[in-house]
Design a protein around this ligand. Structure first.
Ligand SMILES: Cc1cc2nc3c(=O)[nH]c(=O)nc-3n(C[C@H](O)[C@H](O)[C@H](O)COP(=O)(O)O)c2cc1C
Length: 258
């Protein structure tokens, strides 16, 4: 985690119920004299202890936000969710319509709340909007240069035409997701895409742009990427200019029940 946090137990309000101790994934809480005591301050800082406390006696310092009281669990309808997943398509044709900054913020919020390995919360985001063209141009230049190699190594490469809008397809924004742990970044991106869908937006995960951002020294310099900073994926986002009339067929799941 980037910042220092401290867990505090309010001894006056703690009732020593032990729920926090039971739920702590790193066994960092003991009950002494019928009160919770935090053993070490260098734990995961996952916040489970504060979230589960029935009397709100535990607080974590150093965050910009207060916890939200949960009166009832939000109802996520499973049929609607599955249909949203099934009907989602990769969008490569976008309307000339801006995505509001509020929506971009909500999409990033979906990433921010996604779990990360060891609660590292080290996923970061680069939003390309107004100056997107500059970052696309540099990628196009690099890609045209390496195309002959890709033509040998990649199956469909020969047929691919690299026009000036090859990466962002005239979409209004692209959000690059960066993190050391690829799984954490991918999970964040997946939730972000789902959030984008909920606003009627379409998403293209651009593997091509991600590869160029990770490999072109010129583009990395332009994007101000630091040494070792790894782009996990790039979400190209905008309002779809296409309408799919049916779902696509997917192969059956390869599942083993043991
Ligand atoms: C990690 C990842 C990278 C991808 N990269 C590209 C890309 O660079 N360009 C592209 O046109 N599609 C890209 N796609 C889209 C896939 O080709 C697409 O998901 C697949 O063909 C299935 O189509 P659907 O998403 O509409 O179901 C990518 C998808 C994923 C998950």
């Amino acid at each position: 985690m980037k910042y220092q946090h401290t867990i505090k137990v309010n001894k006056d309000t703690c009732i020593g119920c032990g729920l926090c101790k039971k739920d702590c994934p790193v066994n960092n809480i003991v009950i002494e004299n019928k009160k919770s005591v935090i053993k070490k301050q260098d734990c995961l800082m996952c916040g489970h202890c504060a979230a589960i406390c029935p009397v709100n006696a535990i607080t974590l310092t150093g965050f910009d936000e207060a916890p939200i009281e949960l009166t009832e669990k939000p109802n996520l309808d499973s049929d609607t969710l599955l249909m949203a997943i099934k009907s989602r398509r990769t969008i490569r044709n976008f309307k000339e319509k801006e995505v509001s900054p509020e929506i971009v913020k909500q999409i990033i919020e979906a990433g921010r709340y996604t779990p990360s390995a060891k609660n590292s919360q080290d996923v970061s985001y680069i939003v390309l909007d107004n100056k997107k063209r500059v970052y696309e141009e540099a990628a196009v230049k690099f890609f045209r240069k390496i195309k002959p190699i890709a033509n040998i190594a990649v199956k469909y490469s020969k047929e691919v035409i690299i026009d000036d809008n090859f990466f962002f397809k005239n979409a209004p924004i692209a959000i690059m997701v960066l993190t050391k742990d690829k799984i954490s970044g991918s999970l964040a991106a997946s939730n972000m895409a789902l959030m984008a869908e909920s606003y009627g937006l379409g998403v293209l995960f651009s593997g091509y742009y991600t590869d160029v951002a990770n490999n072109s020294p010129n583009l990395r310099k332009l994007l101000n990427l630091k040494h070792g900073e790894n782009v996990v994926t790039t979400l190209v986002i905008g309002y779809p200019n296409v309408k799919y009339r049916r779902t696509v067929q997917k192969e059956t799941a390869n599942v083993r029940y043991l």
